[in-house]
Design a protein around this ligand. Sequence first.
Ligand code: AMO
Length: 438
Amino acid sequence: MKVVVANSHVGMQATELLKYDGQEIIISGAVHKVRKLGALLFIVIRTGKSLIQCTLVLQHLSIPAETYQEGNYVTITGICHKEENAPNGAEIELKSIKVLSQPAVKLPFSIGGRNLGINLDTNLDYRPISLRHIKQRAIFSIQSSIVQLFLEGLGAIDFVKIHTPKLVFAGAEGGANVFKVDYFDRVMFLAQSPQFYKQMMVGVFGKVMEVGPVFRAESHETSRHLNEYTSMDIEMGPIDSFEDIMDVETYILNYIFDRLPSLCPSELEVLKVNVPKVGDIPVMKMAQVLEIVSKEHKVRDSGDLDAKSEQIISQYVYDNTGSEFLFVTHYPTAKRPMYAMEDPIDPTVTLSFDLLFRGLEVTTGGQRIHNYEMQVEKMKRLGYNPVNFSSYLQIHRYGMPPHGGFGLGLERLTMQLLGLGSIKEASLFPRTISRIFP
Ligand code: AMO
């Protein structure tokens, strides 16, 4: 009989077990859950990818209870059998268990149940442990697949992956929400976005993409803001118009959501995820959106959509087109950063867009200024000293194509896809004003 070694590092899928029907198999993992049913003991082993059910007839084999207590890391040996009633159609009849390590104390809560059954604060306080729960882990397996597909889909149309600095000389997005960092004898900032650098790299590669951390010194805690999040960015040129950017975003969202079900079927199933059909995404100008929203909601700031406005317009679009996405275009110039290209027909608005998904903004994008004089003039108009931006302005000075890009918030996309109540649930170790541990 062949002995197969599979451990949690290899990450064997429970479904793969079927291949070893009748054979002896060795698996390493954590004792996830233990259940006694008469003379039968069920021990579920958690590997990096799945749960594997093992059975033991207590009379046949005496194993001390401390060997299989929840939280132990073990190596088990047993015979693999097809078993229709087992979670993945196969189970292992145990012959022996070897303990690799034991926890110092009992787990603070059980992670073997169907639901975690603890509140969000406890979940986040005990993150290294709570993330081991199957539903928590599924969130981040899905998130990992989203990133994989984002890079794969854009790579297939010649986007080059770049890695830009997160310690930067200036905040790119304007506003006060930028963190200062002591940097030897001077001050630097944590990047609010890869904005300046991705623009610079258009002059090098034409089409670039990055998935990386960005930092926002938001002083309020809301269900949709983090102080550190993951931005999925693209930048490209030459372009004909900012609509080229919306076309790329439409392409990549179709690419991701078409392929997600085959990449992580069990995780989508365990979280009962409704994966959207993207198709063509409807487009509306900001002015049009405000007109519709103001019929049922008092919009206080005509330059941006508050949470309620985003929900109202998303519902309106869903009712009229069936789409769960909406591009809102032509945001006011006064509300967009200094690099935003103004509409030559009406300079009070920019050639920019936001994407709403199920009632929440998940992306901002648009065309950028590529002309040197135009960029310098706009900086001065907004009160920035162009001298402080001379390294960025090299691209305008020495020649840039018409270009643009977008930034898609990974945690917001995950939150909306999975219907999570808070963005914190979509971040492994969320950073907010009140949360810095673990
Ligand atoms: P913006 O600042 O709109 O644009 O950010 C882009 C997207 O990032 C997400 N996001 C956040 N997610 C979690 N917590 C936050 N505090 C937070 N702030 C923003 C949202 C948002 O749509 N440089 C531009 C993008 C571009 O034009 O290329 C930018 O960063 O999903």
